[in-house]
Design a protein around this ligand. Structure first.
Ligand code: ZN
Length: 136
């Protein structure tokens, strides 16, 4: 089940550069992490119950590098917090929606994540994320 908007994922060319704007607004980066299998470095900024995620490519083959090459920096995905990402995965799959991965896989911060293809979600890449403390 979906609980809240977890974060907005923004593709940036440089976390060091992009974070300056958000920090000027008073938001704080509470974690910078490299997700090697995705080819990204991730910075999370807390905004109340939600977060903004800055995504910087660590290689030219990274999905973020390809996104920026095609469309420029900007909104990359919307992430919803799930208390059971495997169940949401199975329900969407059974209903005929297209998921990007065969099964939920490790994401930033020890979470488990799945992505819904933009053509199944009105043109928006949707991430479903289950926090480690919500693992069953
Ligand atoms: Zn994300």
């Amino acid at each position: 089940m979906i609980g809240r908007l977890d974060h907005l994922g923004l593709a940036v060319t440089s976390i060091a550069e992009a974070r300056r704007f958000w920090e000027e607004l008073g938001l704080a980066v509470d974690q910078v992490e490299e997700v090697a299998q995705e080819g990204v470095r991730v910075a999370m900024l807390r905004v109340g119950e939600s977060r903004i995620e800055l995504l910087e490519a660590t290689s030219p083959e990274s999905p973020i590098a390809r996104f920026i090459a095609r469309r420029g920096p900007g909104l990359h995905h919307v992430c919803l917090a799930s208390d059971d990402v495997a169940a949401d995965d199975a329900r969407l799959r059974a209903a005929g929606f297209e998921l990007l991965r065969d099964a939920p896989s490790p994401g930033a911060g020890g979470s488990r994540v799945q992505f819904v293809h933009p053509k199944s979600a009105g043109g928006v890449l949707v991430e479903l994320a289950q926090a480690p403390e919500e693992e069953r």
